[in-house]
Write a new protein. Structure first.
Length: 396
């Protein structure tokens, strides 16, 4: 078995195991787990197992391509990096490492509102195809400032996350002694001391350079360190948003506007009516609402409703290239991945994230070869077979 070199990893699951060995328990579980009873997390994966793919044989696939065109840009595969706010805690300047991997793979990288590296620094230092993920805070004016910053920095797309009106219920964070702001206690200190490599290569390195990480996209007066009492966290949720707020963003944003967190055809229709250039079918990776349906289950009726009028993207729990191909065959144009590239970043920075993206590229190429396809455009629902799986009650 591998000892920690990311080149020894054979799939994203190996990278996950590497990340688990490297990170304190509270940090690994913050990235890795879901919410409440984790029903959504498990169903996200089980739903993929209910979708099978039909093969074609004796087809010349020697010159197959995984390239796609999205919003007028060609990418080397139909996979991009989803917004994830923890990369800078997993690895020193982790957002820059992850952005470099995405640029090298020629796929979009989405900078999160909660990033520990500013959106301007990502654009200036790395570049590539950059999208910016926006949370609409309780003081909407603060969010509008972020929109202006993303526009001035030359971002291609604005990704508005709409599936988090209230705080989530991640009970394991409490049990692990993890909170924001971060407060030292017996449980989390034990986790840190058990991972001295992470402590020295990430935390000590920050302390010797910039100090403890901050959420650099927050307004200046809210950029507290992770160990400070947070005024910002009380302002980052807004349960009073309406479609009128999306109208205002459409007026402000000249680039592509993508709405993330759609699970029904009705909401997809409304997103298009209010100016969305694309939607992301998502349940936040099973991290928000535990009774949500799996995005791969929600995808087909949404594609049928709006697929001819907007770009349908999907995310949440894609672990293999074959998972990506299933979504593309249903009708999605693109897939975003989050945890696997974070696992890679935690395991080895840019090299680990690059390894994760390579797995997807190679597995997509191999899968379409088995289907007898020479390009992504040849995929359609004729390749799909749905197989029911027996119900297995959850254990507590």
């Amino acid at each position: 078995m591998f000892k920690g070199n990311v080149e020894e990893a054979l799939n994203v699951h190996d990278l996950r195991r590497m990340a688990k060995r490297r990170l304190p328990k509270w940090l690994f579980e913050f990235v890795d787990r879901g919410t409440e009873d984790e029903l959504a997390l498990r169903n996200n994966r089980a739903a993929f197992e209910r979708v099978k793919l039909k093969t074609q044989v004796l087809m010349d696939v020697s010159k197959r391509s995984t390239a796609v065109t999205l919003f007028g840009k060609q990418h080397d595969m139909p996979v991009g990096v989803a917004p994830t706010g923890a990369a800078g805690m997993l690895y020193y300047k982790g957002e820059l490492e992850l952005a470099r991997a995405a640029k090298a793979a020629n796929v979009p990288f989405t900078v999160a509102t909660a990033s520990q590296t500013s959106l301007e620094d990502v654009a200036r230092i790395v570049g590539g195809t950059l999208w910016f993920q926006l949370y609409m805070w309780s003081d909407i004016r603060m969010s509008h400032v972020l929109v202006e910053r993303a526009r001035n920095a030359g971002y291609d797309a604005l990704v508005v996350t709409v599936d988090g009106p209230v705080n989530t219920n991640r009970e394991y964070n409490i049990r692990n002694g993890f909170s924001i702001p971060f407060r030292y206690n017996r449980r989390n200190i034990a986790g840190v001391l058990a991972r001295p490599g992470w402590l020295t290569s990430v935390i000590f390195r920050y302390l010797l350079t910039t100090g403890m990480p901050r959420r650099e996209n927050y307004p200046s007066d809210l950029k507290e360190r992770f160990t400070q009492v947070s005024a910002a966290e009380r302002k980052t949720k807004n349960d009073a948003l309406t479609w009128a707020d999306l109208d205002r963003l459409r007026e402000m944003w000249p680039g592509k506007l993508i709405v993330k967190g759609i699970l029904t055809p009705h909401d997809a229709e409304l997103a298009v009516a209010h100016g969305a250039d694309g939607i992301i079918v998502s349940n936040h990776g099973g991290r928000n609402f535990d009774s949500s349906m799996a995005p791969i289950e929600a995808l087909s009726p949404i594609v049928d409703a709006v697929g001819e009028r907007t770009t349908v993207i999907v995310d949440s729990s894609f672990r293999r290239g074959s998972d990506v191909v299933k979504a593309l065959a249903i009708g999605a144009k693109f897939v975003m991945v989050g945890r696997p590239t974070l696992w890679g970043t935690a395991a080895g920075g840019c090299a680990g994230a690059t390894r994760a993206l390579k797995f997807y590229h190679d597995e997509i190429s191999r899968t379409i070869a088995y289907l007898g396809c020479r390009s992504i455009e040849e995929l359609n629902r004729d390749f799909l077979q749905y197989v029911p799986t027996p119900h297995s009650p959850s254990t507590m």
